[in-house]
Write a protein that binds this ligand. Structure first.
Ligand code: SAM
Length: 183
């Protein structure tokens, strides 16, 4: 748990922001699919709301209770916890996604290992991140540093290196990168 939870402080703002990249997520995550999807660092359920009709069940996990508190409990099961140690059995989910959260986690290596562990063989893990190679995202990175947000952005090829033995693909569009990992 971070010393100060920035996201709890802005959760009510986040809850009003809609996810505009649902069509791309649908494509890169090969949705719809029968089974369960885990949204890691899923916050208020902004992304999950946009894709929940494409899977049988969505579980959101996030370290910020304040963010999870805004999630629609009738649509998803919220689970509070860090991505570095996910409270799920091995091979539990057909899809695992993480949107705009990898740069916020405390340990990216542990988070990558855990997301892969809970993914079923043959399943897809999709990580969406702002592309740090672009000028706008570099400015965001500086702003988040000034706000003491502990952000640590990785370029797409660095994210791929977190998954050395997996089949991976990168898609980049308009300052956003999707890293697609097949288990
Ligand atoms: C920028 S928000 C994105 C939320 C959501 N994915 C979305 O796109 O609306 C980043 C989220 O990552 C969560 N987070 C940060 N560190 C985390 C960790 N170690 N484990 C799980 N969630 C974490 C924050 O609490 C926050 O809800």
């Amino acid at each position: 748990m971070p010393a100060f939870d920035h996201f709890s402080a802005i959760a009510s703002i986040y809850a009003r922001v809609t996810y505009s990249k649902a069509n791309l997520m649908r494509e890169v995550a090969a949705l719809p699919v029968a089974g369960k999807l885990l949204d890691v660092g899923g916050g208020t359920g902004r992304v999950a709301s946009a894709i929940c009709d494409l899977v049988d069940e969505v579980i959101i996990t996030d370290v910020s209770f304040g963010m999870l508190d805004k999630a629609d409990r009738s649509a998803f099961k919220p689970v509070c916890g860090g991505s570095e140690s996910l409270p799920f059995a091995d091979n539990s989910f057909e899809r695992v996604i993480m949107v705009d959260a990898l740069h916020h986690v405390i340990d990216q290596v542990d988070s990558a290992r855990e997301m892969l562990r809970v993914l079923k063989p043959g399943g897809l893990l999709v990580i969406e991140e702002p592309d740090i190679r672009t000028f706008g995202v570099k400015l965001i990175a500086i702003a988040e540093k000034l706000l003491l947000m502990r952000s640590h952005f990785l370029a797409p090829d660095q994210i791929v290196k977190l998954f050395p033995d997996q089949e991976t693909n990168i898609r980049v569009e308009d300052g956003t990168a999707w890293i697609i990992i097949k288990k």
